[in-house]
Design a protein around this ligand. Structure first.
Ligand SMILES: Cc1cc2nc3c(=O)[nH]c(=O)nc-3n(C[C@H](O)[C@H](O)[C@H](O)COP(=O)(O)OP(=O)(O)OC[C@H]3O[C@@H](n4cnc5c(N)ncnc54)[C@H](O)[C@@H]3O)c2cc1C
Length: 486
């Protein structure tokens, strides 16, 4: 039995590994010269940058993948737990470390923000309950089905419907949980972990802080891109073939059954095809006779990002691996994003992998990944937005950290929403597929198996259960459950 995977993103490589373990002859087709999709890297002037994901949560899902491959999977990938997840800088000069130990973090919030520690402890315990209540049904099961609604988990959910917090926004939940606006802002930020707006997204998204604060945040020993490298190495060991620089042009089917694909102008027969490319592009480009249903089409893309990769001279001890410089007006920032722009005072995220991986920057230098949330591309003037935002970011870094970084810049590269689409095929440059800005979003993602074409499956951030490395890995697991071993 032969299986094709279109796209070598996290979801694509995970399903390739899973199918190879089941005995399929698997080929991964990737348009780019390197695997990984959004999980990728950039090397320039002696610096190495992870260009996409920087925060690594739920590493057990990667471990599981290496585990099912038996001996082949050992020693390919290692990571460590972070002691301090993020360093937060507030416009009024406060600096807060979100320690991995929830009690230490709660104590820090009490000391720095004046937020009673008990509020944080209670909140994180509720986030944990919510995860226990929802994860099996909404993350690790196929697209919610009628059978699913009759399950034991659904019955328990039904009895605890208020705990789901689906009928109030994340901001509302956070506002009634905390006494200080700065704590609310900190926890509102988790909506952006799947490209959503905390003033619109349902309170159910408060499961996200559970992953970071109760389970923990981790970092691979060799940086984020080593996740993709290790997955590719494992896949090759299991016999998976990679066709790089190979654009898939069509999915072929006959009598509603997959028969193969066409790539780089040549047709090849396959029994199973798993699409790992963004479905909003896959339908019109790879199977134009099958229209994406209006139900999925009307969903709004998640937010995108504008990122500056800066090689900088000097080492800055006031910054950690992950740093957030908050804006003074968080609601205003999201209003501007909704209006398809970027605030003049945006929240700035600075990720410096060389704090952990010394070889990511030359001696006496650091590699700064500086990111702000951006709207999905709708034809804005990105040259102008990039120029203005760059100036605003430099000003903000100077004001909130005291570091005047501009004179120390050694090299620079920039990633905009249109470039994200160009490089990874992500529709309008969205980072996480569709946004979760309404309470029905969990029910609105494209399923992992085609209803119309036998043998066609979908994995990755644009389909159920959603974007981010852990959810993409979960989507591959769901597809794996559909596919019979040989
Ligand atoms: C800047 C940024 C920051 C992020 N931060 C985080 C984070 O901190 N933590 C986290 O967990 N997640 C983060 N994410 C999200 C995460 O990166 C994605 O959800 C995940 O990597 C998507 O994986 P995927 O399986 O959907 O495949 P993708 O990464 O979308 O890859 C799809 C692949 O398909 C290929 N392709 C497309 N069309 C074709 C075709 N016709 N033929 C052949 N190949 C094709 C593309 O080249 C690409 O390699 C971030 C994303 C970005 C961009």
């Amino acid at each position: 039995m032969r299986a094709a995977v279109i796209g070598s993103g996290v979801g694509g490589m995970a399903i390739a590994i899973r199918m190879a373990v089941k005995g399929y002859k698997v080929t991964v087709f990737e348009q780019s010269s390197r695997v990984g999709g959004k999980l990728n890297e950039l090397r320039m002037n002696g610096f190495r940058f992870d260009t996409g994901p920087s925060l690594f949560t739920m590493p057990d899902l990667v471990d599981e993948l290496f585990g099912i491959a038996g001996n082949e999977g050992t020693d390919l990938f290692s990571y460590q737990k972070l002691e301090n997840v993020t360093r937060y800088f507030y416009p009024d000069g406060k600096v807060l470390n979100s320690w991995a130990d929830p009690n230490r973090f709660a104590q820090e919030a009490e000391t720095i923000l004046g937020e009673p520690a008990v509020n944080i402890q209670k909140y994180l315990s509720e986030c944990s309950d919510l995860y226990r209540l929802t994860s099996k049904m909404f993350i690790f099961s196929p697209f919610p089905t009628w059978e699913g609604f009759k399950s034991k988990e659904a019955q328990e959910l039904g009895k605890n419907i208020k705990k789901l917090k689906a009928f109030e926004t994340m901001h509302k939940v956070n506002s009634r949980s905390f006494s200080k606006a700065q704590t609310v802002q900190l926890f509102n930020r988790f909506a952006t972990y799947n490209g959503s707006n905390p003033y619109k997204a349902p309170g159910t998204l408060t499961i996200i802080p559970h992953l970071e604060h109760n389970v923990g945040a981790y970092f691979p020993e060799r940086g984020m891109y080593s996740i993709a490298e290790a997955m590719q190495e494992l896949a090759i060991k299991l016999g998976v073939k990679f066709e790089l620089n190979c654009l898939v042009q069509r999915i072929d089917y006959k009598n509603n059954k997959v028969i193969g694909i066409m790539a780089n102008g040549a047709s090849e027969p396959f029994d199973i095809v798993v699409n790992n490319t963004d479905i909003f592009n896959a339908y019109p480009k790879l199977m134009p006779e099958h229209k994406l249903s209006w139900f999925y089409k009307r969903q709004k893309p998640s937010s995108s990002a504008l990122i500056f990769y800066w090689g900088v001279k000097g080492e800055y001890s006031s910054l950690d691996l992950h740093n957030i410089l908050f804006s003074a007006d968080y609601p205003g920032e999201f209003k501007i994003l909704e209006g398809k722009g970027i605030s003049t005072d945006p929240t700035v995220y600075i990720f410096i992998s060389s704090k952990m991986v010394k070889q990511d920057a030359p001696k006496g230098h650091e590699n700064w990944f500086v990111m702000v949330n951006a709207p999905a591309d709708s034809g804005q003037d990105w040259d102008e937005i990039t120029k203005t935002t760059r100036t605003n970011i430099l000003k903000k870094i100077k004001k909130e950290t005291g570091i005047d970084i501009e004179p120390s810049l050694v090299c620079e590269d920039i990633l905009t929403p249109p470039l994200i689409e160009h490089k990874t095929g992500s529709y309008r440059g969205a980072l996480y597929g569709i946004s979760s800005n309404n309470k029905f979003a969990a029910f609105s993602r494209h399923p992992n198996r085609s209803k119309n074409i036998d043998g066609l499956y979908f994995t990755g951030g644009s389909v159920h259960p959603g974007g981010g490395i852990p959810l993409c890995l979960a989507s591959a697991k769901i597809v794996d459950n559909y596919i019979k071993p040989i």
